[in-house]
Design a protein around this ligand. Structure first.
Ligand SMILES: [Zn+2]
Length: 170
């Protein structure tokens, strides 16, 4: 009697299934959890975190006045960050860049939200379906990303301004 020796089955090799993300064009393996999650949830739009962030960026930059305004605001925020001696921040290792970005992102959010509120108020639609939709969209904006964009074009700090200067000790 012929005995057939069964070969032990090799464990199935995970098959790679690469797919290009329709939003950001990067390729991900659909058979991995991070890949599948990315492909299902990527919201990148024209190089921005999402559509909402792209819209704000587009409108701010398409207008010479607002483009310059936010460029100046970035420099102002850096000035404030340099002058900031908040004792609560002393122990933290925040760089000047972190502090500037935080201030600028906060200011972008506050001023643009206030503009939106004023617009709804003027049109008598303070509370409406459209106001809710607009606020929902605004809450998706990545203010930090917009702030980083304006900080890229800031003029260099004058050499005498040294962030690590200890001369502020009292
Ligand atoms: Zn993507």
């Amino acid at each position: 009697m012929a005995t057939k020796t069964k070969k032990a089955k090799k464990p199935a090799k995970p098959v790679k299934d690469m797919q290009q993300c329709r939003r950001c064009s990067a390729s991900f393996d659909r058979n991995t959890i991070p890949g599948a999650v990315h492909l299902a949830s990527c919201r990148i739009y024209n190089g921005h975190t999402n559509y909402e962030t792209w819209v704000v960026s587009l409108w701010l930059d398409n207008n010479q006045g607002s483009h310059e305004y936010w460029g100046d605001a970035a420099v102002e925020c850096r000035g404030e960050a340099l002058a900031d001696n908040n004792p609560f921040l002393k122990g933290l290792t925040l760089t000047l860049e972190d502090k500037t970005r935080y201030r600028l992102a906060k200011r972008l959010k506050e001023e643009i939200t206030a503009d939106a509120d004023a617009l709804m108020e003027d049109s008598g639609n303070e509370a409406s379906m459209f106001a809710d939709l607009m606020h929902g969209a605004i809450s998706e904006v990545d203010w930090d990303e917009l702030a980083r964009g304006y900080m890229e074009n800031m003029p260099e700090l004058p050499p005498e301004t040294n962030e690590d200067d200890d001369s502020d000790e009292e």
